[in-house]
Design a protein around this ligand. Structure first.
Ligand code: FCB
Length: 497
């Protein structure tokens, strides 16, 4: 199936044509999520700040990272390889020919990195666990040193007064299980539940915030359909939907496993990659078009079963011949009660009502602000409208588990790293998030992506998203200007925005 019809089965033919034209291009990261990258100038830049309601006393200010992007490969310390270890060795797979072999060498620098988090004043730190570091073969024998590493990390965080928010899967799938069919194997949900149980038994006396998956949309589509992320597969749509079903089941079973084995009451979420639509005007028809576009295609397909226990009807029809047959009880397994709605939001798309109210993208003005990462535009309104729509549909408190920007920053001659665009970007997005709160959305937290510059997947080290600069040759960490700025945001609970 062509990705243009896949994403927006019901959207305007104009968009479809434009996307089809470009479908020969190498697929870029996130293209599949993007309705069109449209931004109206007016929607982009809104002066003034309505932070009267503030962020509330219990707002969680955090920063996020992921295992493969910062730790150094588990294979260097008794763990197994992940699909990313293997993918990075494919000629041409990573733009600068690099890998996460050493990355930020975080496994050997926990004390220094946690001290930096403490200096930043973080209330919470979101990190992921490398499945093959814990279970080298994906199931069965535990690598004691691997599990011990997370044990120490959790202790160090708690000693520093920082709450651990743990993601169980952020894309580094065990190679040994990939060789047994990976997510295509109907047993894959059991494997994930087994791994989850091992981790939860060990850490749940101290960890009380869990996320099962990070961005299932991205590793399923980019990794298995477009082949631009690990494991680099180009599978047909029917197989993608089967994989998606297994991932959803894995989420449900892991959630049940957490509840069954946790030693303390805990909160569980599922961190989706989303690109909400922003209505072009406050007109009811535009708002409705934006609402529809927000849940269309892959986004709704991977959300509704988790939160509502059903696949969305429109896509079910559109993809009828490719939707896998599944047992009637599967959707009950997938839909487990969750405690918060986690989402990573980097951008959104301005949408208006077209013919018959169908969502139609507003063309992106020439010269509109962009980030260094080609596929991410600057669209702050996504942090107002996303939370509004997700709250309205799923009625769970919202946590923004990733948001941030890659800019061309470096260590200047005087030793400082000046990143004014990052400060401005975060400021704009956080103001919009405050608007969502003011509009009545229960927004509980915000996690900056990322604490450290790190290995940005197929982009290698060419993109720097960190609040802290990393010199990969020396592993020297240099807090950027945005680090000092974000510290003030945290200290004042957003009053300085
Ligand atoms: C998200 C990923 C994260 C990082 C940021 C920039 O899609 O979850 O690992 O790559 O984008």
């Amino acid at each position: 199936m062509a990705f243009d019809s896949l994403n927006f089965p019901a959207s305007s033919t104009e968009d479809g044509a434009a996307l089809a034209e470009g479908s020969d291009r190498a697929m870029r990261r996130r293209d599949f999520l993007v309705l069109g990258g449209a931004v109206a100038a007016g929607a982009l830049i809104r002066p003034g700040f309505a932070n009267a309601a503030g962020f509330g006393d219990r707002f969680v200010w955090g920063a996020a990272t992921s295992s493969y992007q910062i730790e150094a490969s588990p294979t260097r310390a008794g763990g197994g390889a992940s699909v990313w270890d293997a993918f990075c060795r494919r000629p041409g797979a990573i733009k600068d020919g690099s890998s996460g072999d050493i990355a930020c060498d975080h496994v050997n620098r926990v004390a220094e990195d946690v001290a930096l988090m403490q200096e930043l004043g973080l209330r919470a730190y979101r990190f992921s666990i490398a499945w093959p570091r814990v279970l080298p073969a994906g199931t069965g024998a535990v690598n004691a040193a691997g599990l011990g590493f997370y044990d120490r990390l959790v202790d160090a965080l708690l000693a520093a007064g920082i709450e651990p928010w743990v993601t169980l899967f952020h894309w580094d799938y065990p190679m040994a299980l990939y060789e047994r069919g990976g997510w295509s194997n109907p047993r894959s949900p059991d494997w994930f539940a087994e791994y989850t149980q091992v981790v939860v038994r060990r850490l749940s006396d101290r960890v009380t915030r869990w996320m099962t998956f990070n961005e299932p949309e991205v590793f399923i589509i980019l990794g298995h359909q477009l082949g631009v992320h690990a494991p680099g597969e180009k599978l047909p749509w029917s197989e993608i939907l089967r994989i998606a079903h297994h991932v959803l089941l894995a989420h449900g079973m892991a959630t049940a496993a957490i509840r069954a084995s946790t030693k303390r009451p805990c909160e569980i979420g599922y961190a989706a990659a989303l690109e909400p639509a922003i209505p072009a005007t406050s007109d009811t028809a535009d708002v409705e078009a934006a609402r529809r576009a927000t849940f269309a295609g892959v986004a709704g397909w991977l959300l509704d079963p988790v939160y509502l226990g059903a696949y969305p009807e429109a896509e079910r029809k559109a993809w009828e011949k490719d939707v896998p047959k599944f047992a009637p009880g599967d959707l009950r397994t997938i839909r487990q009660p969750l405690d918060f709605f986690a989402t990573n939001i980097y951008q959104g798309n301005v949408v208006r009502a077209g013919r018959d109210g169908a969502p139609e993208r507003v063309p992106r003005p020439q010269g509109a602000p962009r980030t260094l990462m080609e596929v991410f535009d600057v669209v702050p309104g996504a942090l107002e409208w996303g939370p509004r729509f997700y709250w309205e549909r799923y009625r769970l408190p919202v946590a923004i588990t990733e948001n941030g920007i890659s800019v061309a920053d470096w260590v200047a001659l005087d030793g400082k790293v000046r990143d004014p665009q990052r400060i401005d970007f975060m400021r704009r997005y956080l103001r919009e998030l405050a608007r969502a709160r003011a509009a009545g959305v229960d927004v509980r937290g915000y996690f900056a992506w990322s604490l450290l510059d790190n290995f940005e997947w197929a982009e290698g080290y060419r993109q720097r998203f960190g609040l802290i600069h990393v010199d990969y040759a020396t592993q020297r960490r240099t807090p950027k200007d945005s680090f000092a700025w974000y510290r003030e945001v945290i200290r004042t609970n957003g009053a300085n925005l």
